[in-house]
Write a protein that binds this ligand. Structure first.
Ligand SMILES: [Fe+2]
Ligand SMILES: [Fe+2]
Length: 478
């Protein structure tokens, strides 16, 4: 049952609630700004001006640094030669990128399911935009896996797989929204921020930067939504949300990246995942984990800050997180996401060049069409000596018709104003006259013809208007 007034949602099957006539106007203005800015961060994985998936990369280098890999500085490392270390690092990167790809699909399916249940048309329009952007991320990471790993995507890790499955399927609205907008988005932002900073492959850094530019807005949606919703929750509802957030946090903290999750990558190195787990546990203590979380870019740190900012963490659960992060330092940190916007300069430059080029082509084509008219006028002048005045007039008349046809073909229409009622959209009154035989406000004379372009006034006609109110001002032209 997704009908939940606390979150202004309806059951996904309750289409009647969606088309209830009064609903459309019950649109909050909370999301207008992020909806309006959608176009601003548009990018296209197929467009090399944004990201070039054909950029080469040598398999001898690692996509992420050694230290980024769990097994680095453990007994595992000692068992591998340099080539194997590089290969294991790249397999770990493939594993991470594969799970990011699954996460993006989860975000796509989840935001689509939110789109189905939001009663606030503003939230719904936002969710529809998010669906479109998550689809772009799925596309982008699919291209990345193809470019760097020959298209070999690992199956989803058990932990993230189970969480995504639950979030997509659950009819419980807070689980869906908190899980999605706080946890998945928070985790994603953390992962992208880290990879953008440390990845050695410039293509991965660029992709993360572009994806982050969108994610910053998803993250912002979570914040706006939480500010609008969380303070209105009852104590029981808040507790349910808070507990759910902690449950997910713990699940992710202890299971997101561990040897069991990554077990598919070890056999080719002659390693057994349980042995790897033992080696990692031996080398990696809780103190190390805490030290890692102090790194401002750490994935979980971002996640906790998200929950904190949304007002989801209260004194009830604060101590659980405080075991891992310095909560006071975290609260003081500023949200930098919106400032990480990708530079869209190249694309903007290309669009500007393209429209300049198109304008030049159109201008040239129009000038080419004008040239035969000039030819005709020159011919008429050339024959001026021998031609009669009548022939000359006829020639000019025909040239004028030719020009008229050309303008009409380009959407320019001359106006017939005389006898028409005065309309300030198309006419400019330069004088008025008293003409009792004609209706009031009718155009009596045109000083200069008006033109319309594609139906709209292009140049207003200068006209004399009938004014029956003032017989004495007859012929008051300036
Ligand atoms: Fe995404
Ligand atoms: Fe997202």
């Amino acid at each position: 049952m997704a009908t939940d007034p606390a979150y202004r949602t309806a059951d996904p099957d309750d289409f009647a609630a969606m088309i209830e006539p009064g609903r459309y106007a019950r649109r909050s203005s909370d999301f207008e700004e992020i909806i309006a800015r959608t176009e601003e961060h548009f990018w296209n994985p197929e467009d090399r001006d944004y990201v070039d998936f054909s950029a080469p990369w040598s398999g001898d280098d690692t996509i992420v640094p050694f230290w980024f890999v769990l097994e680095n500085n453990t007994a595992v490392w000692d068992r591998l030669d340099e080539g194997q270390r590089i290969a294991l690092t790249n397999e770990s990167a493939r594993w991470s990128v594969s799970n990011i790809l699954h996460g993006e699909q989860g975000a796509l399916s989840l935001s689509a399911s939110l789109c189905d249940i939001f009663l606030d048309p503003g939230a719904q329009e936002y969710a529809a935009n998010q669906v479109r952007e998550e689809a772009r991320h799925v596309h982008g990471f699919t291209r990345y896996v193809a470019a760097r790993f020959g298209g070999a995507t690992f199956p989803v890790g058990d932990t993230i797989g189970a969480l995504l499955k639950e979030l997509v399927a659950t009819p419980v609205v807070y689980k869906k929204i908190v899980g999605m907008q706080m946890l998945v988005e928070g985790l994603a932002m953390g992962a992208f921020t880290t990879l953008h900073k440390v990845a050695r492959d410039p293509l991965l850094r660029r992709l993360c930067q572009l994806v982050m530019t969108d994610e910053a807005f998803h993250h912002k949606f979570g914040k706006i939504w939480a500010h609008a919703t969380v303070p209105g929750l009852s104590e029981t509802e808040h507790a349910a949300v808070e507990d759910w957030a902690l449950e997910c946090f713990n699940l992710l903290l202890f299971n997101l990246v561990n040897s069991q999750q990554k077990r598919l990558i070890y056999p080719r190195f002659g390693l057994d995942w349980e042995w790897v787990r033992g080696a990692v546990l031996e080398a990696f203590t809780d103190a190390d984990r805490r030290a890692q979380m102090r790194e401002s870019t750490n994935v979980f740190r971002t996640l906790v800050r998200t929950l904190l900012g949304a007002g989801i963490i209260t004194e009830r659960t604060r101590s659980h997180y405080a075991a891992w992060v310095d909560m006071d330092a975290l609260s003081a940190e500023k949200d930098r996401f919106l400032r990480l916007a990708a530079d869209f300069d190249n694309f903007r430059k290309r669009v500007a060049q393209e429209s300049e080029r198109r304008a030049a082509v159109q201008k040239k084509a129009f000038i080419l069409e004008l040239l035969p008219i000039i030819d005709n006028l020159e011919r008429a002048l050339g024959s001026g000596q021998s031609a009669s005045r009548e022939q000359l007039l006829q020639g000019v008349e025909m040239t004028l018709q030719q020009l008229d046809r050309l303008l009409r073909a380009h959407g320019v229409e001359p106006e017939e104003s005389v006898g028409q009622p005065f309309d300030p959209r198309y006419h400019e009154a330069v004088a008025s006259r008293y003409e009792p035989s004609q209706p009031d406000h009718v155009i009596l004379e045109t000083f200069q013809r008006g033109y319309r372009y594609n139906g709209e006034s292009f140049r207003p006609a200068k006209v004399v208007v009938n004014d029956l109110s003032k017989p004495e001002t007859s012929d008051s032209a300036e």
